[in-house]
Design a protein around this ligand. Structure first.
Ligand code: CMC
Length: 376
């Protein structure tokens, strides 16, 4: 057999070209369609960023109004999906989200239409509905009435409204909006890769996004924010942090919210969210979680030279916790933010499609004689 070079985990492999986002791991920078994430986080809205990612340009005022209205009237989910959520409400919110998104295809009257425009609309329609799925699940499993979406609220404010049953404080809604912007797109991460692989077989948008949700669920990808808060709760008090880190690392464990496949200096999203977590903890008069995470970050400073830095998930857990969002939907919030990114990448894939089909080097035996079952 020819000698082959193995790229385990596809580390440092370029699969294709993209204009969706640029993750500059060396310099700790992130761009969506050429715009620096800092500018977007401070000046834009999730709806505007969704437009930008999918259409490749910032919308005009009227284009943004049109998209915002289009999405706001697509927030409701079919009653059959509500029944489905109710029947599986004991599952993890990511399992419920994955199942509900997959089932949405049953209510798409144009399923045969595989045009790029229809696929974009599917992605945006799923983006509009995903917060309703997550909030409906939380309300049902907690024994509360469902709060129907309010089309007069922004995407982010409406999510908090459906979750808690009252219109959120503007600053809280703005913070969630910024958080969704920061999670919306991120190069060829595991879930976007998965969505692209599914799209490359000429499957459909529901399947690609469902697969993206499935890949995001794991703690090595989207599931870390929940783990970060679990760690903070286990630490309990700043004075325990040093011991906790020493014990965990010496037993081969990993500190959740640290490390990244691409960022080796700083994750720019974490730098933005750190300031927000600090401000929020002061605003809510609850400095405990910020202090514990700050002490954890200090203990991890020696690992910076090995390229192990705080990632986006490190501060999001504290922000969600201070906003009284249940721990087990942290990763679902990541998922509902990432749908425009998956949609943009699936569209890009379909625009210039090639079946994604890498190889595995076979290292097993060959020509093993077959032995009849009675003689084994
Ligand atoms: N804590 C302790 N050691 C770590 C950590 C960590 N969080 N992350 C990496 N390392 C060490 C690892 O043990 C290994 O050491 P050695 O070379 O001595 O064996 C070295 O760093 C390289 O690790 P790796 O797993 O080969 O690196 P990777 O690029 O494949 O890992 C990662 C990226 C995110 C899977 C990993 O850093 C990790 O497991 N982090 C914790 C989970 C986490 O926070 N995930 C959220 C990622 S950001 C959200 C997103 O964009 O998806």
């Amino acid at each position: 057999m020819d000698e082959v070079r193995i790229h385990r985990g596809l580390k440092e492999v370029y699969l294709d070209r993209t204009k969706s986002s640029y993750v500059d791991g060396k310099n700790g920078k992130l761009y969506y369609r050429g715009f620096n994430i800092n500018e977007l986080a401070n000046n834009s809205s999730f709806e505007e960023v969704s437009y930008l990612l999918i259409h490749g340009k910032l919308p005009t005022k009227s284009e943004l109004i049109q998209l915002t209205e289009w999405m706001s009237v697509r927030r409701e989910i079919p009653s059959q999906i509500i029944d489905l959520i109710s029947s599986i409400k004991h599952l993890h919110p990511m399992d419920v989200l994955r199942t509900a998104i997959s089932t949405l295809s049953a209510y798409d009257k144009d399923l045969e239409d595989e045009s790029i425009q229809t696929n974009i609309e599917r992605g945006l329609s799923i983006t509009a509905k995903a917060p309703t799925i997550v909030a409906t699940h939380v309300r049902l499993r907690d024994g509360n009435d469902i709060i129907p979406p309010n089309k007069n609220l922004s995407h982010s404010a409406n999510f908090l409204y459906m979750l808690f049953g009252q219109e959120p404080d503007d600053l809280d809604a703005k913070l969630i909006d910024k958080d969704l912007i920061l999670h919306a797109e991120h190069g060829l991460n595991a879930s976007s890769f998965t969505a692209r692989v599914v799209a490359s077989t000429q499957s459909d948008m529901y399947s690609a996004i469902t697969a993206g949700v499935a890949a995001l669920k794991g703690p090595a990808h989207g599931g870390a924010a929940e783990g970060v808060m679990k760690q903070a709760q286990d630490i309990g008090d700043e004075s325990n942090t040093k011991e906790y880190v020493k014990d965990l690392l010496s037993s081969g464990g990993r500190i959740m919210g640290f490390g990244h496949r691409v960022y080796k200096t700083a994750d720019p999203r974490a730098l933005i969210l750190k300031k927000d977590a600090k401000n929020l903890s002061e605003r809510k008069g609850n400095p405990k979680w910020f202090s514990i995470l700050q002490s954890l970050a200090e203990c991890m400073e020696p690992y910076e030279k090995k390229g192990i830095c705080e990632n986006v998930d490190f501060w999001t857990g504290a922000i969600y916790n201070l906003l009284e969002i249940p721990d087990d939907i942290f990763v679902s919030i990541f998922a509902l933010a990432r749908i425009p990114g998956w949609t943009a990448q699936v569209t890009e894939q379909l625009d210039n499609n090639i079946l994604i089909r890498p190889l595995l080097e076979y290292v097993g035996e060959l020509d093993i004689p077959y032995i009849d079952i009675d003689e084994r």
